[in-house]
Design a protein around this ligand. Structure first.
Ligand SMILES: [Fe+2]
Ligand SMILES: [Fe+2]
Length: 208
């Protein structure tokens, strides 16, 4: 792993079932941008601001889609451990939606959903896993964990990048909210790894 630390929240963790990116340390970065110019109108017209808002709409759509997907994954899961993990993260995901609504408000934009083809594809893959694995099997849980981690890594990449942009643009409160969600996505990714490696992968390997 590279020793470069200043940008590591811009990337998702590198491997499936791996621990996620390093902790977010923003204090230093914020110091650097304290005197960034935040002229309202000028900023709103900038290409970067437009990209930022468009990306927020994209992840706002994604989070809402994930709430539904987690419901299906929870119902399809075999073990109580995985069902509970999906249920807990569904509750967190509802918080992610309301945090995004706060973010839109802070930058004086309205919360709108922009269709996100990437998350639709990742969710579809999860649905195909449900169809192609046997109900009640551990193989299904092992596969569902990987599908869920793909969702988390998409979110980690998005929130990591957007939190950094928010800092650069001087939106410190927005950055704090995005980082809170980023931390929860990283924790979820880590918990899923733990569940897989504690027993689900081993039990799945014993199945025909
Ligand atoms: Fe989320
Ligand atoms: Fe998530």
């Amino acid at each position: 792993m590279a020793t470069k630390t200043t940008e590591n929240t811009n990337t998702a963790a590198s491997a499936s079932n791996s621990a996620s990116t390093g902790a977010v340390s923003t204090a230093d970065k914020k110091m650097k941008v304290d005197n960034a110019s935040v002229d309202g109108d000028e900023m709103k017209n900038s290409s970067l601001h437009k990209f930022f808002v468009s990306s927020l709409k994209d992840i706002y759509f994604a989070e809402n889609a994930i709430i539904e997907a987690l419901e299906k994954m929870q119902q399809a899961a075999t073990t109580e451990e995985l069902k509970d993990a999906f249920e807990d993260h569904q509750l967190q995901t509802k918080k992610h939606v309301s945090r995004l609504e706060k973010v839109f408000k802070l930058i004086d934009e309205s919360p709108e959903e922009k269709q996100c083809e990437a998350i639709k594809g990742i969710i579809k893959e999860g649905e195909e896993i449900i169809k192609s694995t046997q109900e009640g099997s551990m193989t299904r849980d092992a596969a569902l964990i990987i599908a869920a981690q793909k969702v988390e890594h998409y979110e980690i990449a998005t929130y990591g990048g957007l939190a950094q942009l928010a800092i650069t643009m001087g939106h410190d409160k927005v950055a704090d909210l995005l980082e809170k969600t980023l931390q929860e996505e990283e924790d979820t990714d880590y918990n899923l790894t733990e569940i897989a490696e504690t027993f689900i992968n081993f039990d799945a390997e014993q199945e025909d």
